[in-house]
Design a binder for this molecule. Structure first.
Ligand code: NAD
Length: 264
């Protein structure tokens, strides 16, 4: 499958460092022959993203703050200028005030609720609206979500509510863009130690719990997510849209603590 993505051009949004889920996805796509562009948030990240992009043969590294409509417009104008068209886009972006990723959900502030929804949910719709214009039938869009959208997970709080809205928006986008042959999907990744995850309370405990209780008895890696993303972004998933693919070592099917799980 080394030529699976040959001739395809994709935009990867949300690369912060080599621990990012976006990095696992970018590597899988590049290894399969895709040509990539990257967007990063804020000047501080540019020095990290440039060398990673170069490792995958890309010199297209563009700024984009998804909280700013003009910034998203500028990104897509630059992509249009460079390529004229786009085959896939990966949205690996989320944000909330870490002070509200602990304690009680009920204490979430209006300001952080609104900001979390804006950056973590609306941004995917804003991106889809621009990307659609550059895509042909066969185009594919992907976002990242978490099981905390479906069931209550400790400390996930407002982010769980945001991911539920994100998963619903994947379904509505799939319907809207499906008429043009564009597919829209999500991957629900198990817990992975990234910059974003470090803001979540007791994250080490959550990772241990998943390791001991998931059917595969391990945590997933960004490479695991990358391989499944490759499937959804490629023609292998030509009949799949509106889907939420769980790449979580099977954790989402488990209804009870495993009998062999140690106390943690
Ligand atoms: P990460 O910190 O590596 O990536 C998060 C990215 O979001 C960063 O690159 C950051 O710059 C970007 N971002 C935040 N606010 C932005 C803004 N206003 N404009 C542009 N970019 C912005 O962490 P990650 O875990 O790789 O996160 C990627 C996605 O995966 C997120 O949606 C996250 O919720 C989701 N996810 C993570 C896990 C996990 O356990 N790590 C599990 C399931 C889903």
């Amino acid at each position: 499958s080394s030529q699976l993505m040959a001739g395809k051009r994709g935009l990867i949004m949300g690369l912060a460092n080599d621990k990012s889920i976006a990095w696992g996805i970018a590597k899988a796509c590049a290894e399969a022959g895709a040509e990539l562009a990257f967007s990063y948030q804020g000047d501080a990240l540019r020095k990290r993203v440039d060398p990673l992009a170069a490792q995958l043969g890309s010199d297209t590294v563009l700024p984009c703050d998804v909280g700013d409509e003009a910034s998203i417009d500028a990104l897509f104008a630059a992509i249009k200028e460079k390529w004229g068209a786009l085959d896939f886009v990966v949205h690996a972006i989320g944000f909330s005030d870490k002070n509200e990723l602990r304690g009680r959900y009920v204490d979430t502030s209006r300001a952080n609720f609104t900001m979390t929804m804006d950056i973590s949910v609306y941004s995917f719709t804003a991106v889809a609206k621009r990307a659609e214009k550059l895509m042909q039938p066969g185009g594919s869009m992907l976002t990242l979500t978490y099981y905390g959208a479906e069931q209550v997970m400790p400390h996930y709080n407002v982010m769980g509510v945001a991911k539920a809205a994100l998963e619903a928006s994947v379904k509505y986008l799939a319907e809207d863009l499906g008429k043009d042959g564009i597919r829209v999907n999500a991957i629900s990744a198990g817990p992975i130690k990234t910059l974003a995850a470090s803001g979540i309370g007791d994250f080490r405990y959550i990772m241990k719990w998943n390791e001991y209780n998931s059917p595969l008895r391990r945590n997933v890696t960004t490479d695991d997510v990358g391989k499944s993303a490759l499937y959804l972004l490629s023609d292998l998933a030509s009949g799949v849209t509106g889907e939420n693919l769980h790449v979580d070592a099977g954790y989402h099917v488990v209804g009870m603590k495993a009998v062999d799980a140690p106390d943690i």
